[in-house]
Write a protein that binds this ligand. Sequence first.
Ligand code: B3K
Ligand code: ZN
Length: 893
Amino acid sequence: MTTKPDPVQQPPVFRLEDYRPTPYAIPAVRLAFDLHPTATRVKAELEIARRPNVAAGTPLVLDGNELKLVAVAVDGVPLGHKAYHAAPDRLEIFAPPAGPFTLEIITEINPDKNRSLMGLYRSGGVFCTQCEAEGFRRITYFYDRPDVLATYTVRLTADKTACPVLLANGNRQETGDLPEGRHFAVWHDPHPKPSYLFACVGGALEALSDRFIAADGKKVELHIYTEPGKTARALYAMDSLKRAFAWDEAKFGRLYDLDIFNIVAVSDFNMGAMENKGLNIFNDKYVLADPQTATDSDYADIERVIAHEYFHNWSGNRITCRDWFQLCLKEGLTVYRDQEFSSDERSRPVQRLIDAAFLTTTQFAEDAGPLAHPVRPRRYAAIDNFYTATVYEKGAELVRMIACLLGEQEFQAGMTLYFTRHDGQACTIEDFIQCFAESSGRNFSRFMLWYEQAGTPQVKADYAYNAGCGSFTLTLEQSLAPTAAGGEAKPMTIPVRFGLVGSDGKDMACKTADKAVQGDVLLLTQAKQIFHFTGLDSRPVPSLLRGFSAPVRLVTSLSRQERLFLAAYDSDLVNRYQMLRGLLIETLIEAGGAANKANAAGPLPAVSFEIAAAQVQMAENEALEPAFRALCLHLPSEAEIAAAQGSNVNPDAIFAARQAFLHILADTGKTRFLALRQHHNVTSAFSPNAFDAGKRAFTNILAEYIAIADNDPEIAAALYTKAGNMTEKLAGLRLLTLYFPTAAATKQALADFEQRFAHEALVMDKWFALQASAAGTDRLETIRQLTRHKLFSYDNPNRVRALIGSFVTQCQTGFHRADGASYRFLAEVILRIDKNNPQLAARLLSFMRSWTQLEQERRSKMQAALQYIAEGRALSRDVSDIVNRLLGKPGVL
Ligand code: B3K
Ligand code: ZN
């Protein structure tokens, strides 16, 4: 606590070491919902039992949030006023019976008034729920925490015309008609689960149905519910779902455990999707697709998110978290599983470098700023703020490192032990790691530090070759900057996958007696380690961190020529890409710095031409897959360059340098690009398969450079008009909007797109996002205008992310305009959204996580905007937590 009066209210902080089990268990829950848009009655019957060693008469204190209690009874007897205390946020029964008892609670809630999209709300007229992390307490009073596991029986009653479909978790037990046009359905979920996995749905929905025959012969009904008329757009989601079922059986031996698996797509949703047991609820963006409305990357996202939520059935639902500090136990592991699925279904190296690039841009940026936290945080004020890249993506990297350290077979042995030993339990990271320690006989104590120490470790590599005796010495040093929370960092176990590349581009055979070299992995466990190799008759070039084997920043003493050599010849595609990317980023930072000093874009360093030539060579290499070649032509985003620069960032300078490089690459490659585009054009009917998608990505980026080289909007306009699918159409529109913002063809295409897709909210999000991404300080005006567009709404998270989110993350020159006007605009938007939807507001606010890295002038303007938010009235817990941390206020982490 601060001693001076502070405008920011400090929310209470939860601490990992304070964990205690609840005094009572709730093994069974019966819920009855009488669904009504503004007055839904919820009757909860909770079977409650005092836990052993808890004194009889210990009060029972349940969580609530904005609840209105209608009635409360114990074993059928209404409680007198002196026996309990009810407030919107808690219900306390002063002296519960000593033996098992039934607590009956009736609450009344208003779904239509609920715009936080937590608890029970309506989206497009459909009743739906979102309970993770703490939404169930907006429905009824409960121990709303993940370690209280209960079976649920749910009876839903509603008007039959408004809600012909009534769904809840588990299997359907009973349905029937009632007087006055109402009907009911009863669902039972036999698998004990925490309240955050509860879900129910009621609405006028249509189903796409199919089935999956599990490896044990069991037939599982599969249904994907959408708005009426849109089921055909769920075909790809259904296909992905069946592949996910089959993959989890084949790879992890995990079978599904209910008779039915339902997915419901809704249009108002705070995140991607939710893994409620047997009843996944999805943001419709991750379900609906057809070639005319969805791009290849939409298809890939659908496949990934469908699989992710399904995989949670074991990693999250059957085995859940003991408390929210353990969130990465389910999220990191499930992201690892979905990444592996995408690798098997698509291209392993391309998937790996996409995942690695996401980590190094998003998670490394989080680690480098005031929102840094360990993969397993020890403190939180608002748990919704910890669904972060660190918990998810870095969490996945930790699982990947375990797989790398143990090898696939031992890794799978540990996973099987985990799934069998802990089935039906709420667990900790220690439980998980113990399974690998036992099955492999290895010591994981140093590895555990990965869960505890925040920040991105740096690994510095030096090497020396002795031609006389053919020996090679590699010195690796690890370091981790002490963070505000962590104090002095300790060395961790870092697996560094490697190869020694000879002048012919092939890996050289070599010998070593070092026990820390295990196959192609260097086991770095000390602050500094020296690895010796012999039997090398010529100087090798070390290729380190192959496959991005650890989430670290690698700093090598390789020369520029050696890096270009690895970019051209390394057998590891991920490293080829990383070499190119590293050189590009360094060159652009250097050029940006020069431009900054001169206050104008100067000439780019000579090496730019060498890098551009290397990129063209990659593009021409027919031995490489088109998706990879496309990625090699993509320049790092302005935000990625800024993150790598780390301090004194001037977004205008970065933009100028990047633009200059775009032209160099376009001019260097133009004639080759024309031929390549012709050659790789997809001529067959549209299929979202990864190979065709890769070809489209390749030809579209070639078109981009051709249009830039010729400075010709007609090339982009032709791509737009002739497009046979949304991927090409959007590529054309993107080119026009980003590179020819004032051309007549651009205005025409934007108007055409708006008119064609005015009734397709998800497609219009692409239109909002593109216009928000174009460069220029005047973009703020465009954004202000678009917020008044009839299809825009501050209440819908997809719209807000498309327009405001894209502006903040993509339009660096507009968002960081020097007068700070966009910072103030964002602050106002955040305060406005916070009144209804704190989670969405906090998400937007976290985009300001890198403010301390800006140059002085902008930094003080951003700080003023943050201060303005901090002084806002009645801030939500989510927003005040993030703003406190951004401003470095004490007491939160
Ligand atoms: N478990 C959910 C995320 C819930 C977010 C709550 N604020 C989706 C997922 O990761 O699968
Ligand atoms: Zn998840």
